[in-house]
Design a protein around this ligand. Sequence first.
Ligand SMILES: C[S@@+](CC[C@H](N)C(=O)[O-])C[C@H]1O[C@@H](n2cnc3c(N)ncnc32)[C@H](O)[C@@H]1O
Length: 163
Amino acid sequence: MCSPLVWTPELDALVLAGHAAGTRPEELGHEAELPAGTAAAFRSLVRRRPDREPLEYITGRATLFGLEFEVGEGTFIPRVHSEAMVGQAPDRCPDGPLRVVDLCTGSGALALAVGALRPGSDITGVDISASAVQWAKRNADGCAPGSQARSTSSKGTWPTRGC
Ligand SMILES: C[S@@+](CC[C@H](N)C(=O)[O-])C[C@H]1O[C@@H](n2cnc3c(N)ncnc32)[C@H](O)[C@@H]1O
């Protein structure tokens, strides 16, 4: 069912099965049977992968630094190699809550993950894309209510559109 262009078909299938069943893939396991009524949903999710729709767009979720973020069409999927930056950034700052401004924030994941390491931080995400800003706002509401996400102009005269 999966094209050879999907590099990790078993893992992807497991993640999608977990998503269809409303459970974590690691709780499902390779030999598990899907709960009744979820097979059709699973099949329709699997059919989207051979067209190279990102797994995270299909599930609507991405993980960074142990935190879960909402992602989808119109925003960048945070990459696992960004975790090093998230881990090191606070080490270069004074102790206590930080003022974090994340230019080109995308989903807001990096800034919000830094904020999670330093509770009470003031976090502002900035992005030129209104769509990305919407995702960042959703994630800010989910992870850090009260934090801000703003959009900029392409020339960097930011912020021009408060959200
Ligand atoms: C590769 S994504 C990275 C997103 C995020 N930092 C991450 O690592 O998950 C780059 C982001 O920069 C934004 N961007 C590009 N040019 C920009 C500009 N001039 N001002 C603000 N944001 C910009 C894009 O809209 C996009 O969301």
